[in-house]
Every structure is written in structure tokens, then in C-alpha cells.
Design a protein around this ligand. Sequence first.
Ligand code: NAD
Ligand code: MG
Length: 408
Amino acid sequence: MRRETDHPGHEGRAGLAVLGATGSIGVSTLKVVALHPDRFEVVALSAYQRIDELRALCRTWRPAIAVAHAPEAAAALAQSLVSEGTEVWSGPEALERAVCDPRVTTVVCGIVGAAGLKSAWAAVAAGKRVLFANKEPLVMSGHLLLALARKSGAELLPLDSEHNAVFQCLPAGRPDLVRSGVRRILLTCSGGPFRNTPASEFARVTPEQACAHPRWSMGRKISVDSATLMNKGLELIEACRLFEARPEQVDIVIHPQSVIHSLVEYIDGSVLAQLGNPDMRTPIAHALGFPDRIEAGVARLDLAAIGRLDFEEPDEARFPCLGLARAAAIAGGSAPTVLNAANEVAVEAFLARTLPFAAIPTVIESVLAMRPVVAVESLEAILEEDGRAREAARVAVIAQGAKGVWAC
Ligand code: NAD
Ligand code: MG
């Protein structure tokens, strides 16, 4: 997945498109970029709803292109940016057009969920350097994205902290895991806010509690995924996709301090790990600068102050999402797409307080049981499976709601 090609940005300044610029990843990316005006030029910024924040970012960064979701919001934004030289685009293909702009060399995929699928595909098809925070497109279609990158010459780099850590611990070049002597990939997991909470209390969990992550400050969807451990399940599939690993080559270990971001175990018994403070600016700076190392603005790791590093097995009985994701990874085909779609619908319902926290895995399991596993070999096939699974998940959410089992 890595190729040290001569992307135009390597010589002059890299032209960045930051998708999801108003989100947690977008904001962290722009903090790193601000430290390196000689290296990066912001060409395009996108946001979904927070238009005032997008306007403020455009005033700071003066990108050539801003993409806003709703046409009315885009029109208002365009008016207020007339004198700044920013064109404002909206509509169904605006993101795809933005990433394909010839001034863009590097695309930061910071949109949350399947909403980022088409723009990620467009960036890979256009042969850009593509930095993936947005794990859902990889889960849904990573096998196809890698094949597409081989054709287009796109360079895929992981921003997700665990996958960035694995990438740093693998040999340079494009490693075949077996030939590189890799025995397994070990993804670390903080355990989320309910690491020590008995399952009997899950029915009463509120969105506010689920979004209060002990180590990372993130968007609401990934925060809920971290609370159910589905985030680690999605990351297991993401690792299989990015590193062409089999599901049984990827293990999960709970590590509450979130200092070791992941590890690679070799057949000679060596285990390489990447450590750092839990701050997304480190993996972002690594991928933005790759192969150079650049300043991230992150505090230095103080091991003596941390004192100890703990590890434990994940409890799959309390957190069934992990087992569901592993089963989907093993089943292959459309199963990861279905898992992801059902999870997105269930999490949205939980955040809207129409589904109890404890019923998130129930919805996902019922949708996975309902949808046959089929081969998915095109973007259209992926989108079709995604749509059908969402429909089934909405029905399952209503069925759970009819049971009246939530208490938040
Ligand atoms: P967030 O909710 O903070 O931000 C999401 C961004 O996506 C916002 O800018 C929003 O405007 C945009 N967006 C939302 N829906 C959209 C839509 N339908 N169309 C276009 N744009 C849309 O989320 P985040 O925490 O920054 O996470 C972004 C992605 O990165 C997720 O896939 C997440 O799993 C992944 N990730 C995040 C972190 C983290 O620390 N936040 C770490 C690793 C991976
Ligand atoms: Mg992660």
C-alpha cells in the first residue's frame, strides 16, 4: 500500500484537500499543517453542516475550493467569501471534483462513515496520495481500493493511530507479511469508557456517557464505536485490508493507557511497537510528511510520569461487536459492508435516543444474519449492499424500539 512515487507535492508544496475539515481529524490536520507553511498549501476544505466553522477556516486558509453539503449553505458561504478568492461548491459530486482538482496532490479523508466512500474512491482513482482516517470506506471496500491504487499509482497512507503504528513497525517498501516474517499484527485498544462497567448497566448508558472517551477526543460516531468496541472490530477489518492480512493474523489487546498504539510480532519473537502520547497529530504528521519526519506539535512522551503500561484480554461477552466484526472479516465478501452499514444506522439511532446502547450489537447481528454474503467487486455492488443493509437495520431498530427496552 505504500509506494514512494514522485507525487508533485514532494518537490514543491503539497496541495492538500482536507475532507471533513471541521471535524476532529480535520482540525488536528490543520494544526499540523499550520506548523509547516513551507511544505503544504491548503487547496480544498469541506464540511457538512458547520458552515460558520467552515467560513472561519476559509478565512484563515484561503483555499481555492470549499465544499459545503447543502446548496443554500454553499450559496451563503460563497457570498461571504467573494473577496477571499475561494470558490464554493456543493451538490452530489462536488467532493469528487474537489479531490480530482490538479492542484490537489494529497487528500486527507476525514469524513465520518460511508459518506466518505465516493470521495475516497475518486482520490484513489485519480492517483493522489490519500491519507485515510475515514476507516469505513476501507472496511466496506478496501480490497477494491488497494487494487485501484495499484492501477492509478495512488499512495495510501494510514492515519488511524493503530494502523499508522503498524505501518511504522513493518519493513519499508511494500511488505508481504509472510515473506517479511510477520507472525501477527497486534492492535491495541483503550477499552473505551465502559471497560470496567458490568453489562447489566449497559441498558442505561446515555449518548453523553458513551461519548466521554477516557483517552481520545473524537467525533460522536467513533466515540460510540469505541464504547461498544466496534471501533476495534472495524479496525481489525481495516488492518486486513491495508496490510493484506488474514483475520487470524490480527489480534486485539486492551491497553488502557493508550501509549502503545499497536505492535507487529515477527517469527523470531521480536515484537516492534510504536509509542507516543494519545494525540492524533502524531500519526497525521507522520503520514503528511512521509517519508520525512516532521514536527507535530505534540508533547514529548514522559515514560517515568506514565509509570506503567497495562494489558488485558478484551471481554467479547460484554462487547459482542468485536466478535461480530471478526466473523464478518472471516466471512468476507459483502459481510464487512453489511456490518458497517448496520452499525452506522444503529449508532445514529442510539445517538438520537431511539435505540438503547445494549441493543446496538443486537441490531447488527440480526442484519448480518438476514443478508446473504455475496461477492462485491465494484463500487456499485458495494453501494447496493450498503443500501439494503441500511434498510434492514432501520427495520431492526424499529423492532428493538417496539420492545421498549431502553432506559436513557
Ligand atoms: P467528526 O464527527 O469530528 O468529523 C466528521 C467530519 O465529516 C466533519 O467535518 C463533518 O462536517 C463531515 N461530515 C459528516 N457527515 C458528512 C457527510 N454526510 N458528507 C460530507 N461530510 C460529512 O469525526 P472524526 O472524529 O473527525 O472522525 C472522522 C473519521 O476519522 C471517522 O471515520 C473516524 O472513524 C476516523 N478516525 C478518527 C479519529 C479521531 O481521533 N477523531 C481517529 C482515528 C480515525
Ligand atoms: Mg484507531
